[in-house]
Structure formats: structure tokens, C-alpha cells
Design a protein around this ligand. Sequence first.
Ligand code: SF4
Ligand code: SF4
Length: 364
Amino acid sequence: MQYTTLGKSGVRISRLSMGCGRLPENDDESTALIHRAVETGINFFETATFYCNNLCLEKTGMGLKGLRDKVMVQVKVGTEMDSTADSFRREMESQFKRLQIDRADFFQFGWLAWERMPIVLKKGGPLEGVRKFMDEGLIRHIGFTGHDTPENFIKILETGLFESMTVSYNILSRSYEKTIARAQELGVGVIIMNPVGGGMLGHPSAVLSKLEARDDSTTPATALRFVLANPGVSTANSGMANLAQLEENLAAVETASTLTAADHEQMRKILDEYKSLGDSFCTGCKYCMPCPHGVDIPANFNLYNYHKVYEFTDWANSQYAGMKSECRADRCTDCGECEPKCPQKLPIRKQLKQVHALFGKTSS
Ligand code: SF4
Ligand code: SF4
């Protein structure tokens, strides 16, 4: 395993880290995956209460039993309008209990946005609660994550309050590139979520295989190497769901150092040529769901992505024709309820119309 320093925190972190949001449903398999991850040198585990059908903390705690001193665990708490130091304390204590740990190495303010900073900073507010936890030795480092605009994240970085930042970044979604560069300047460690596009880049793509001049490149490996070749990135936090994905990611990370900053620049230039791939990309996060009118928004966009990215147009057409009619894009009533919930700020209604215009011809 390769390691790097996570910004000014000074912590040595594995370049591949474990997002615990896609652990297998079966507890034995989940524990085996965590054990193998630790065995390979992965030393950073990222958790959130609602992952894995709200069982992420229990599953991670179960898997890390007896291994706690070998790894670092990150917890996160979101800031609501009425959040206080006490509510944060209660939530962190509850998360520790569910994880079966008595302290966390990293804490991040989850789903943070610039407009929420006054709540974080208020007297008796969340930051005060988190700092008290630090004073008591229950947390070592503070960071933030979320889906606010790249510009607003730069403003949050420039407060100087945080040692780490987690953002979404991958070959298909590069909107935080300037934010990552600013974090590097400020010595803030950068943890990348969705390095393989929420699993989307786990599939082969003739288009993306052109990015690297190597015979053994696969789309997920190229995707991971691309992320890690960014000099501002500390670790790719991949939500791995099985041992095969873990081994594939490990192999890619082992070869990541063969890519230089110049190679990364070259890849970015090629991606710019395919600009349409990098924009308007649905990661399948499902934050927009449920749609009150039954439209399965991510399923429709998944087909659109396959068509757009991989040119699997015939396959996408047949899948659309086979989709339950009540879930299809043409059932959208234009109510607009979903769009404010989309972290990618996608024009969902407009894109659903494009999906139906593309695939609707062959479906009844
Ligand atoms: S705009 Fe369309 S897809 Fe979005 S919530 Fe309304 S009906 Fe559903
Ligand atoms: S449309 Fe937006 S919110 Fe919905 S799944 Fe895609 S990225 Fe997530």
C-alpha cells in the first residue's frame, strides 16, 4: 500500500481508503471485506449513519473489532438549523456507541454549505461542541464534506478551520478541481468520494481507455489513477462492495505513482475534448428520490450515461423499453420537487425530457 501525508494534519493515510457505504448485506462478508482491507494496509475508514440501510456504523464496528489500533475512523454529523454543541455531542456519542469505539480519529461536518457556517460558528454551536470533544481527546482532526459549489467550498477552506475536506471528484465530474488546488495551497488534506463515479466507472469504456497509454488499463483502474495523479489529492475513498472490487482498486493504486503530474495534465486535456462527458453527470446518489410521481430518476439517467459515455445506445434503448412504464422519464410532470435536492445541480426535468426523446421512440 502507498501512503501519503494528509495535509497539515501530518497523518499518514493510505492512498486507497475505505468508504463504508457499500458494505455487503451479509455480515460475514462485510467483516471479511473489512479484514482484507486492513490486511492490505488500508488505514482510513469513512462512515455515515444512513449508509447500508442505516447499518453502516454497526457493520463497520463489527468488522473493525480487535483491529481498532491499526486504523483511523472518520465520523460525520450534518448541521441542521437547530444544531447546538449539545446536539452534536449526543449524536457523536451515539455514533461511537454504534461503532463500538471510544474515540474517532477524524470528524467531518457533513453536508456542509457556506450558508450553514453561521450555525456552525454560533456561540454554543456545533464547532464549540466538536472542539470540546477534541479537548477531551475524543476526536483528533476536524474537516468538512458536502456538495456546495466549488466557490463556496473555497470560502469554507479559507476560514482556516479545517484540516481535511472530502469532495466528489472523478474523470466524469471535475468541477472541484480548483477547490482541490486551493486546499493543497492551504495544506488541507483532500479525501475524494466517488473516485469511480459512484460505481459508474466500474464498467469498461472504449472512450475512457484512450486516456492512458498502457496495455493493462481498465476503466476503473484508469479512473482511480486519474484521481490519485492529481497532486492535491491525498486519498481515494472508494465505497467497495466486495473483495473483487477491493483487489482491483488495490492493483490500480499500486500503479498510481507511475502517473506523473504531466500525465495527469495530458489526461485532463483529453477529457476536455470530451467535455460533454464531464458535465451533467448523475452519480446515482438518489438524494432526489422519491419522486412523488413515481419517476425513477437515477435509473433513467443511468441509461442516459451508458449511452452518452459508453455508446451502449442499443442496450440503453432496450432497457428503457423494458422499464416499468410508471418509472419512465415521460411520467415526469415538471413539478420541480427533485431539483433542489440534487447535489450535482442537474437540470433533472430537462434531462428527463432528453432521455425520453432519445429512448422513447422504441417504447410504447
Ligand atoms: S420534476 Fe419530475 S422527476 Fe422531479 S419530482 Fe417532479 S415529477 Fe418527479
Ligand atoms: S439526479 Fe442528482 S440527486 Fe438524483 S441520483 Fe442523480 S445525482 Fe443524485
